[in-house]
Design a binder for this molecule. Structure first.
Ligand code: HEM
Length: 295
C-alpha cells in the first residue's frame, strides 16, 4: 500500500454484515426491478427508433445561444464520461483484479475519492449551467418540454445522490464497502443471478443512488437522452448537400401509434407555429406521418 494513500485515508472501510435478512421489498427492488428497467431500456429504445426516428436527436439549442453552451456542454459531457469510466472501474472490474494489478484497497479509494469527486463536481457544475442557460435564455426555455424537465430532475438527482455516496462514505466509516456490496450485485444482474443479499447489505446512500439511477435509465429511451446511444459518425462521410429521398420507404415512416406524441418543441407544434405554417395550417408534420403528407 502506498504510504501517502494510507496517510490520507486512515479510516478502514467497514465490510458488509454477514447476516442481512432478505425481505420481499429487497427482492423486488434488487432482484426484479433491474430486469424491468432493462426491458424498458431495450424495448423502449427499439420502439422509439421505430416510431420516432426523426425525434431521435439532442434537439440542439446551439442556434439560440452558444456562449454559455460552449463552456457548460463540454464540462458536463467530459465530466460524465469520467464518471462513467469510474463506474466501470468500481462496478465492473472485480476488487481482486485491481489488487492483482497493484491497486490496493486504500489506493483505489483515494483515487475514487479525488478523481471521482472532481469528475462528479464538473458534471454537476456543467448540468447546473445548462439548466440555468435553459431557464434564462428565452428561446431555449420556449423549446423546453415537460419531458425535458422530468429528465433534468432525474439526471440531477442521480448526480447528487452519487456525490452524496462519496461524501457519506468518507465521513461515516461504518458504511459497508461498496466493492463488496453494490459491485457484486451490479455484476450479478448480467449473469441473471441477482445477488439480492449483497445489495441489501449496502449503505442507504448507495441504495438511494442506485434507485434514482434505475428510474433515470427507465425513462432514458423516452427522452432526449437517447442521443447518447448514437454518434453522428455519418457526418464525416456524407455529401455536403443532403438530398431528401422521394422514395416512400423513408426510414421511420411507420405511422405513429396512438398515445405517443413524438417529442417536439412547444413553439413548433403550436397552431400557427413553424411546422403549422409550413403545412398551410394543417396538422404539424409528425415523424411518423408518410413522406407524401410532408411534401
Ligand atoms: C445502477 C446504476 C449505478 C450504480 C450501481 C452506481 C454506483 C455508484 C457508486 C458505488 C458510487 C461511489 C463511487 C465512489 O465513491 O468511489 C457512485 C458515485 C457516483 N455516481 Fe453512480 N451509479 C449508478 C448510476 C449512475 C448514474 C446514471 C449517474 C449519473 C447520471 C451516476 C453518477 C454518479 C456520480 C456523479 C458519482 C460521484 C462521483 C464519482 O464517483 O464519480 N451514477 N455511483
Amino acid at each position: 500500500m502506498n504510504a501517502t494513500a494510507a496517510a490520507l485515508l486512515p479510516v478502514p472501510l467497514a465490510t458488509p454484515a454477514q447476516e442481512v435478512p432478505i425481505t420481499v421489498v429487497g427482492i423486488l427492488l434488487w432482484g426484479v426491478l433491474p430486469y424491468v428497467v432493462l426491458a424498458l431500456v431495450i424495448g423502449g429504445s427499439i420502439w422509439r427508433y421505430k416510431y420516432d426516428q426523426f425525434g431521435w436527436t439532442t434537439r440542439s439549442s446551439q442556434l439560440y445561444e452558444s456562449r454559455m453552451l460552449r463552456i457548460a456542454s463540454p464540462l458536463f459531457h467530459f465530466g460524465i464520461l469520467a464518471v462513467l469510466a469510474g463506474h466501470v472501474m468500481g462496478l465492473i472490474i472485480p476488487q481482486s483484479w485491481m489488487t492483482a494489478a497493484g491497486v490496493g484497497e486504500n489506493l483505489y479509494h483515494l483515487m475514487a475519492l479525488t478523481i471521482g469527486t472532481i469528475a462528479g463536481v464538473c458534471t454537476l457544475a456543467g448540468i447546473v449551467m445548462l439548466i440555468y442557460r435553459r431557464r434564462t435564455t428565452g428561446p431555449v426555455f420556449m423549446a423546453t418540454t415537460r419531458n425535458d424537465k422530468v429528465m433534468y430532475v432525474m439526471l440531477v438527482g442521480a448526480i447528487l445522490a452519487g456525490l452524496a455516496t462519496t461524501v457519506i462514505s468518507v465521513f461515516d466509516p461504518t458504511v459497508p464497502n461498496y466493492r463488496e456490496t453494490v459491485s457484486p450485485w451490479f455484476r450479478s444482474i448480467w449473469i441473471l443471478q441477482p445477488d439480492v443479499a449483497a445489495m441489501t447489505a449496502a449503505g442507504p446512500s448507495f441504495k438511494v443512488h442506485a434507485l434514482v439511477a434505475m428510474v433515470l435509465f427507465a425513462i432514458w429511451p423516452f427522452t432526449r437522452l437517447v442521443h447518447a446511444f448514437t454518434a453522428p459518425l455519418h457526418y464525416f462521410f456524407r455529401p455536403y448537400i443532403v438530398y431528401r429521398s422521394r422514395d416512400g420507404r423513408t426510414p421511420g415512416s411507420v405511422p405513429t401509434r396512438r398515445g405517443w406524441d413524438p417529442i417536439g418543441t412547444p413553439d413548433r407544434d403550436r397552431p400557427g407555429g413553424r411546422a403549422s405554417r409550413r403545412s398551410g395550417g394543417r396538422t404539424p408534420a409528425r415523424s411518423g406521418s408518410r413522406p407524401a403528407d410532408r411534401r
